[in-house]
Design a protein around this ligand. Sequence first.
Ligand code: UDP
Length: 376
Amino acid sequence: MANPTVLLIFGTRPEAIKLFPVVQALQRRGGMRVRTCVTAQHRGLLDQVLEIAGISPDIDLDLMQPGQTLDQLTARLLTGLGTVLDAERPDRVIVQGDTATAMVGALTAYYRKTPVGHVEAGLRSGDIHHPWPEEVNRRMIAPIADLHFAPTQTAAAALHRENIDPASVHVTGNTVIDALLATRDRIAAEPELAVGLDSLANRFAGKRIILVTTHRRENFGGGMEAIARAIARIADREDVALIFPVHPNPNVVSVMDAMLGDRANIARIDPLDYPHFIRALDMAHIVLTDSGGVQEEAPALGKPVLVMRETTERPEGVAAGTARLVGTDESRIVSEISTLLDDNSAYSAMARAHNPFGDGHAAQRIAEIVAHGFGL
Ligand code: UDP
């Protein structure tokens, strides 16, 4: 009998970062035909990760179009992925997280009665508008999947509360920690992978670096403007420098271009490829973000992370004391940053390395469970 086929479907940068360790672990495990399909919901950011991870997708739907609505994206994903599944006829589909690609990937598999494994299952903020539309995307995958790879006990408990069969829920850790640790090791062995930040490190020598990322849809508009005002006020201090890889979404770029202008101690730069971003995290004194993945990476590196959101589906970083929710209120962001800059004990209390999200072996556990499901 032919080896069973596992098809991994993904479309954005964070999905690629969190799935490349799974692709590699499945290939190492053997006995399965491992196929990858990218929707390219985010084209450029996805390609940066594929290149570094050495993945050439078997199928590339190239679905990104500038300014497409969620309706248009979802409709194109449905027909595109449906056609792929009919051609590939996989024995299992694997999706990750909470994007439109993940939700529609699971739905098209369900329409064909193909079993679905969900990596990073069980994250819940409890508010369908924060993060939007991710909270509903991930909730919709839960009743479809028959293998739920929960990163933490908290995530597993959320699935249990939704009456998901406990036998189908596996606490594996988050594959983001696998990606982070493997990439740190690679940078140590091949420093040329992240040399692009040397000039910024020199330019900002002696200053404390604040690494900023923002891209959440629900922060577009007023939230983004408040974030820009806060960044400008923080940059009034001479003892700090901000490294800000700006997400290419026009809702982010246009606000930051208009409101931040040219300032000596703000480096507004293009999105960094993954090794360079890990190096930037290493250089940072404080991280200011509304990202999901960065909330997981910063605690692992012992970097205080201020989260510009009202709620989080990643309470483990907050419980560990490394992450704090600060919302998108300009004054709150400025005062929280100032406290960390001016009060050493407040800083030390947050700057402790914790790994509540995983031990770096999540992908291997996932590969084992998938193989076991095929009787391998
Ligand atoms: N990241 C990156 N380059 C950047 C900014 C972020 O490689 O310039 C990585 C980061 O390390 C994390 C992931 O992208 O693993 C987070 O992606 P994003 O914030 O876009 O999405 P989210 O995690 O909020 O879904």
